[in-house]
Design a protein around this ligand. Structure first.
Ligand code: ZN
Length: 72
């Protein structure tokens, strides 16, 4: 979990887009995310990249804890 979080933060610093999943879809391009993939994201076991837009998908619950890259 912590490792995944750190990797997301690191990716953000490399200016890769990080978006949350919105309901069943990618928060960036709104394409549907397969249930298994969504599960992986929620569990935070690995970094999942949207296969449509290439953004990194994160659990929406990270939002409260996650500082937007431009805030640093
Ligand atoms: Zn997408």
């Amino acid at each position: 979990m912590l490792v995944a979080y750190s990797r997301v933060r690191g990716a953000a610093k490399n200016h890769l887009a990080v978006v949350t999943i919105e309901r069943e879809a990618c928060g960036g391009c709104f394409n549907q995310i397969p249930p298994q993939r969504k599960l992986d994201i929620i569990q935070g076991k690995k970094i999942i990249v949207c296969e449509y837009c290439g953004r990194i998908l994160v659990n929406p619950e990270y939002k409260n804890d996650y500082k937007a890259p431009e805030a640093e």
